[in-house]
Design a protein around this ligand. Structure first.
Ligand SMILES: CC(C)(COP(=O)(O)OP(=O)(O)OC[C@H]1O[C@@H](n2cnc3c(N)ncnc32)[C@H](O)[C@@H]1OP(=O)(O)O)[C@@H](O)C(=O)NCCC(=O)NCCS
Length: 122
């Protein structure tokens, strides 16, 4: 069995922290969006915009030095949209082999034309 490959891996830096010193949730959301967009673009060469980001609940905190992995899976392809599930895990700086589930999300991307109107993904 092969281990699944993350679409995106990022080391968290001091610039990513909130005022309490842990990682700001918006930074993780931004990377979820990037990872999901990469997955959508792997399916079709279209200009995608983010339509919806659903179901986010932060389960565990992320700290400076953690390596955060974003795993993606296409869960729905519609006429003009793709829905990608993004799962987020952190490897602690202090315990590199231990993976901690951070959150997951479903992100809906819509393919648009040059005027910003939805177009078929195929
Ligand atoms: C994306 C955009 C062009 C879509 O316009 P729209 O009027 O919703 O278009 P439609 O109603 O034709 O829907 C387009 C697709 O999105 C899906 N969709 C619309 N609203 C949705 C929602 N809330 N959740 C999930 N899917 C949704 C539709 O089902 C359709 O998918 P399908 O063709 O695969 O069935 C428009 O909403 C937009 O420009 N939004 C801003 C995008 C953006 O700038 N994102 C970054 C924010 S900073």
């Amino acid at each position: 069995m092969t281990a699944r490959e993350p679409t995106l891996r990022v080391t968290m830096l001091p610039r990513d922290t909130n005022d309490r010193g842990t990682i700001f949730g918006g930074v993780i959301l931004s990377h979820i969006d990037l990872a999901g967009a990469i997955a959508a673009r792997q399916q079709a060469a279209r200009n995608f915009v983010t339509k919806a980001l659903r179901g986010v609940e932060f389960i565990a905190p992320v700290y400076v030095g953690d390596v955060v992995s974003f795993y993606t899976e296409l869960v729905r392809e519609g006429r003009t949209s793709m829905t990608v599930r993004v799962e987020v895990e952190a490897e602690r700086f202090t315990e590199p082999r231990q993976k901690v589930r951070v959150t997951e999300a479903e992100v809906v991307y819509v393919a648009i034309d040059g005027q910003g109107r939805p177009v078929s993904v195929r």
